[in-house]
Design a protein around this ligand. Structure first.
Ligand code: 5AD
Ligand code: SF4
Length: 449
């Protein structure tokens, strides 16, 4: 969605899929209760969905507050340093609740669980269960279900029977970007067979799912038995009513895929392609494997294939060694690509990555200024592009039902986020006229159909 922030999750789509079951301790005095808190990217959201199904199978009612829960699961993110600080805050609070006899057990899962740091956290906070990203299935045994065996996680199905669902098509990452902890905590790339993906998509669609998001750290790197990502995307687009994918890597993105986005009716015309920097020198230091010019060419193909589509990216400012000239190159790239939104991150050193040891630290004040300059450039472009949509009539997929102000949040086929005056249910479509636009969202009036 169109948002531009330093505090963004580790990958830019909103959380989909609501908990299926909710309960309160007082309401069901005999039942066990569990609370799952998710941090970070949609891979984690997806893992949480799978754990949610395990706890439900084990007879737990899901609750939203720690104080109502027997078991608390913190499914964590490790992409930036403050992620660990945030989790520490939650663990401290949980220890207090445990002393008061309210919370009984605490589990730490996800990327921090897979990192060395978890050993210290486990000792300091007396955590009952620590799981990494590769052995989430061990939660089953912990909650009293039969032991599960898994060769690799994607075989487990995603959320079923909801209007939106994630389908993991690959896990891990074979890149070694200088700043990134993901390859350490998620491991090398494992691609899920095409047949298995299609089977899951068919089951989800049969169960009423409207919107499928294909998930992975570098989905466009997907390869299996001679098939490439575009083959998989096309096959999914044949059976899914609506499909999107994230995240991609510019080195893997094929023109064929970009053209398929434009041509295939069921694919949302929205591309998230992280560029990280507009400077060839920085892209080399980051080991990104492409130059800015190649990125620009990809964007040209996308804009030609889907002129109305939305483009978003990730940008890191203040990576060690970034000069004023490198920063200027990033600003130029932002102007040239006219992103509809961007996730802008201030560089954060992750222990164990190359960049954490690299010379050329950029002073905080400089990082802050560069951050604001990139933000302003992105927002100006996004605002200008959104203005072009005003007056148009759009078919809008409702993702979140109306809140107290009567506005639902939906998405156009071009991938724009829209606030719309309707009480239509999530998963349905409405047609409405766009009346105004800000840098992040469009505003539509009451639906006409
Ligand atoms: N510092 C800042 N941003 C980072 N990202 C990943 N690692 C770091 C880091 N150490 C950003 C990248 C990536 C997004 C998911 O998070 O832009 O694309
Ligand atoms: Fe991290 Fe780079 Fe892999 Fe993305 S491509 S997950 S930034 S190592």
């Amino acid at each position: 969605m169109s948002s531009t922030t330093n505090e963004a999750p580790t990958a830019p789509i909103p959380l989909l899929g609501k908990p299926k079951q909710q309960g309160r301790k007082g309401a069901s005095s005999v039942g066990k209760t569990a609370c799952i808190r998710t941090f970070g990217c949609q891979m984690n959201v997806h893992d949480s969905d799978r754990m949610r199904r395990m706890i439900q199978d084990a007879g737990y009612a899901e609750v939203q507050r720690y104080e109502d829960a027997d078991l608390v699961i913190l499914n964590t993110c490790y992409v930036r340093e403050n992620a660990v600080d945030r989790v520490r805050g939650h663990l401290g609070e949980l220890n207090r609740l445990r002393r008061e006899g309210r919370v009984k057990k605490v589990a730490l899962t996800g990327c921090i669980g897979a990192a060395e740091e978890s050993t210290r956290l486990r000792e300091t906070y007396n955590i009952d269960l620590v799981l990494g990203t590769h052995n989430t299935y061990e939660l089953a045994e912990f909650v009293g279900l039969p032991t599960m065996r898994e060769t690799y996680t994607p075989e487990l199905p995603g959320t079923e029977g909801e209007h939106s669902a994630f389908v993991t098509i690959m896990t891990g990452c074979n890149y070694q970007c200088s700043y990134c902890i993901v390859p350490t905590v998620r491991g090398r790339m494992i691609c899920r067979p095409l047949g298995s993906v299609i089977e899951e998509v068919e089951n989800l669609v049969a169960g009423g799912t409207e919107y499928l998001t294909l998930l992975g750290q570098t989905v466009d790197a997907w390869r299996h038995e001679g098939k490439r990502f575009c083959d998989l995307l096309e096959a999914v687009s044949e059976v899914a009513p609506r499909v999107w994918f994230t995240t991609s890597h510019p080195s893997n993105m094929e023109d064929r895929t970009l053209r398929a986005i434009g041509e295939r009716e069921t694919i949302v015309k929205r591309l998230h392609l992280p560029v990280q920097s507009g400077s060839d020198r920085m892209l080399k230091i980051m080991h990104r494997g492409y130059k800015a010019e190649r990125y620009r060419r990809k964007i040209e193909v996308f804009r030609e294939a889907a002129p109305d589509g939305t483009l978003s990216t990730d940008i890191i400012v203040g990576h060690p060694g970034e000069t004023e000239e490198d920063h200027e190159r990033t600003l130029e790239l932002v102007e040239d690509c006219e992103f509809d939104s961007a996730y802008i991150f201030k560089f954060s050193p992750r222990r164990g990555t190359e960049a954490a040891e690299a010379p050329g630290t950029v002073p905080d004040a400089v990082v802050g200024r560069r951050f604001l300059e990139v933000l302003r450039a992105v927002e100006q472009n996004a605002f200008r592009r959104n203005q072009r949509k005003v007056g148009g009539v759009e078919e809008i997929f409702i993702r979140h039902g109306a809140t107290e102000d009567g506005k639902a949040i939906g998405e156009t086929w071009s991938g724009h986020a829209v606030h719309v005056d309707t009480d239509a249910a999530p998963g349905s479509y409405v047609t409405a006229k766009v009346e105004s636009a800000g840098p992040h969202v469009l505003y539509a009036g009451a639906p006409t159909g």
